[in-house]
Design a protein around this ligand. Sequence first.
Ligand SMILES: Nc1ncnc2c1ncn2[C@@H]1O[C@H](COP(=O)(O)OP(=O)(O)OP(=O)(O)O)[C@@H](O)[C@H]1O
Ligand SMILES: [Mg+2]
Length: 373
Amino acid sequence: MYVTRLASRDYRNLREGEIFPCQGVNVIYGGNAQGKTNLLESLWLFTGGHSFRGSKDSELPRLDPATGKNGPGAALELEFHSEGRDQEAKLFIENGRRSSVINGVKKKTGSALMGKVRAVIFSPEHLLLIKEGPARRRSFLDGALCQIKPSYAALLNAYRRALLQRNALLKDLSRFPDLLDTLEIWDQRLAKLGSQVMEERKKYTERISPDIQMVYSGIARGQEQVFVSYSPSVGLGESIEEMEENFLKELIRTRASDSRSGFTSAGPHRDDLDITINGASARAYGSQGQQRSAVLAMKLAEAQALSGYAGEAPIVLLDDVMSELDQHRQDYLLNHLHGRQVFITCCSPDTVGLMETGMRFQVENGVVTPISV
Ligand SMILES: Nc1ncnc2c1ncn2[C@@H]1O[C@H](COP(=O)(O)OP(=O)(O)OP(=O)(O)O)[C@@H](O)[C@H]1O
Ligand SMILES: [Mg+2]
């Protein structure tokens, strides 16, 4: 899919204006605090998700310089090509609430747009995918799986509820030993649901792993190798039944210590992804540029997986990705991401000069202007 027009009114510092991006690479450049990330964020909101910066909806309308308070509302319009036809969507943010219009049909929420516009976002915040603990990596898997397979969200929720129940029971077990029978029932439920979660995460990781390697190799010109593998806290086994059996055995084995801590120590809620570059842990040994390249490769592989599912490539939004990447790596992002629409923000006009084909936009104090190549 690709966007043909984006218009904004009173969205953050973006003044009233519109842009007509190309189907390939669109570079948005300008100094700090001019509105580049705001532009990407406004596009991202059409996926139906929340601001990737964690902002509240009430913070998005333009601040009134006289009062220092947010104005009453912001409006965004998107024209795009998807599912073989031209479509349009509008998004209104008024009094802290979002509403939308999709192809002329009014919707009460912004999330009603979900599934219409698909995008993958990389922002500097995503570097935490490598730098921080496993929770971020589980979210990386779960976020993609929920988009690809809506039933996965229900499965994950059921698992989380079962886990809460088991943890509550564990805490009561020392005072009420009769609860052991009930605990056994929850163990079985947890093992059943948990093995399904692990199976989905394992399959997804196996699916994207070759793409991650391929993209990384492109970025690093074949000089380095990244490897991403699923690392569950419970032995996997050959089949889902074997996984369920392994998980149940582990729950029984750790029951005594779990009841002392009041917490279930094994299961998909402790899963991780192993990410290595040239055989060494990316988190412990990767350079800034290597870590950035690895996260980019993971995000672009996610886009590839979404393409397979939706039958068309999602839009790729890359915020501030160029810093810390050498010229060859920048060249890859600007000139070698074919078959998808890309929006890249950067500060330096030198970076823009590396682009062979595509469109460039300059952002200055909330005004976006196309610059002829
Ligand atoms: N609701 C709002 N109303 C008006 N201005 C806002 C609002 N929210 C944020 N801003 C301002 O918008 C400006 C641009 O922010 P943005 O994050 O898009 O900058 P940027 O061009 O990406 O800069 P950098 O290169 O530093 O990342 C900032 O000065 C910020 O304070
Ligand atoms: Mg920015």
